[in-house]
Design a protein around this ligand. Structure first.
Ligand code: FES
Ligand code: FES
Length: 160
């Protein structure tokens, strides 16, 4: 049998210790070992953004990184964004208010990516939001409403 590696992750504020094969992606660690299936597997090779989570506040495609590389890192997935009292993160509320999804498969990744975008502090315009969110693909084409939701929360004025 292959040797298992030990990794300690803080996931949505809770410390977790996993015994996993060293080639396990962070995405599979979340979904298969921790039962956090909110993070989606679209392409499994870095092209769709459905697997986006936050590591120490920075967005990352979790299918492209190995869980063992994140010992002692803080992982936030879509399940960790709401407040302890159940009230939604402002981006989650905005996605609901703006109908920013159809099938919803891309939505957890879109929302985590938008949280990362806000942490980066680079986006100043609607065009910036479109450009800097371009790694998150929506097969339903819900982009106009996704942009509406993100720009509203960021306080960016919509272009006419
Ligand atoms: Fe990771 Fe598509 S599943 S980018
Ligand atoms: Fe269906 Fe985006 S809402 S993929």
């Amino acid at each position: 049998l292959p040797a298992l590696g030990t990794v300690r992750l803080t996931v949505n504020g809770t410390a977790k210790t996993l015994q996993i094969a060293p080639w396990t992606t962070l995405l599979d660690a979340l979904r298969e070992y921790l039962n956090l299936t909110g993070t989606k597997k679209g392409c499994d090779h870095g092209q769709c953004g459905a697997c986006t989570v936050l590591i120490n506040g920075k967005r990352i495609n979790s299918c492209l990184t190995l869980a063992v590389m994140h010992d002692d890192h803080e992982i936030t997935s879509i399940e960790g964004l709401a407040n302890a009292d159940g009230s939604l993160h402002p981006l989650q509320t905005a996605f609901v208010d703006h109908d920013a999804f159809q099938c919803g498969y891309c939505t957890p990744g879109q929302i985590c990516s938008a949280v990362g975008l806000m942490n980066e502090g680079q986006a100043k315009s609607e065009a910036d939001v479109r450009e800097l969110m371009s790694g998150n693909i929506c097969r339903c084409g819900a982009y106009p409403h996704i942009v509406d939701a993100v720009t509203e929360v960021m306080g960016i004025e919509k272009q006419a």
